[in-house]
Design a protein around this ligand. Structure first.
Ligand code: GTP
Ligand code: MG
Length: 202
């Protein structure tokens, strides 16, 4: 089964995207498999609303390990299953908390094995950290890796906020090689385009 990894900085909206995209594809509830860096697997059944309440947060590094769901995608007359995997947010800095460092290493490992990469950027927080330098910038690193390996899409999130919408041209200028889909993970905007991309590439 093909796997799509959702990666990006902490707080960019990865978990909100994963859950609301599952809802957009018709799931009212999801079975989420949590996999820690040392291979411990646990599975929990959530109503989407309940998952949003428990798994999304304003506080950075809410997600600390891989969280996967199997979703169904209609492709022509058939339905194809794929795995959508939410990850621990990654940064340029070495985090003081060992669990978060291991979570970030797990995310980087997954980027190598996943079939697709969805790179989420908080467009409301751009240029913010991003413009400072391309040398020590995690979004630039993800973009460079993703465009070189292919099957990479940049999701410009929080487009419901005016500041994010205004930042879109800058974002396109900064990441010229990327397919950029503007979305609001919170309000499920732009999801039709994301769905079409997944359906085309499964
Ligand atoms: N306005 C707005 N807020 C959003 C959107 N997507 C996510 N948020 C908010 O951003 C915050 C972080 O969302 P999460 O989905 O938990 O972010 P994350 O990338 O999973 O964060 P970590 O797990 O900490 O890496 C939450 O307060 C969300 O409500 C969006 O499209 N628009
Ligand atoms: Mg998260």
């Amino acid at each position: 089964m093909r796997e799509c990894a959702v990666v990006g900085r902490p707080n960019s909206g990865k978990t909100m995207f994963a859950l609301n995209f599952a809802a957009f594809l018709g799931s009212k509830a999801v079975d989420i498999t949590f996999r820690t860096y040392d291979g411990l697997l646990t599975c929990r059944h959530f109503i989407i609303e309940e998952a949003r309440r428990e798994l999304c947060s304003l506080t950075a590094h809410k997600t600390r390990s891989i969280q996967s769901m199997i979703l169904k995608m209609p492709v022509g007359k058939a339905t194809v299953n794929f795995k959508l995997t939410d990850t621990c947010g990654i940064t340029e800095h070495i985090h003081a908390d060992e669990n978060i460092r291991r979570g970030m290493a797990q995310t980087i490992g997954l980027m190598r094995t996943a079939d697709f990469i969805f790179h989420i950027i908080d467009a409301a927080d751009f240029p913010g950290e991003v413009i400072a330098s391309k040398d020590n910038n995690i979004d630039w690193e993800i973009y460079t890796y993703g465009t070189a390996r292919g099957n990479y899409v940049l999701l410009a999130n929080k487009i419901d906020l005016i500041i994010a919408k205004n930042n879109l041209p800058k974002l396109k200028g900064y990441f010229p090689e990327a397919l950029i889909i503007p979305i609001s993970a919170l309000y499920s905007q732009g999801f039709k385009e994301v769905k079409a991309y997944v359906a085309r590439n499964l």
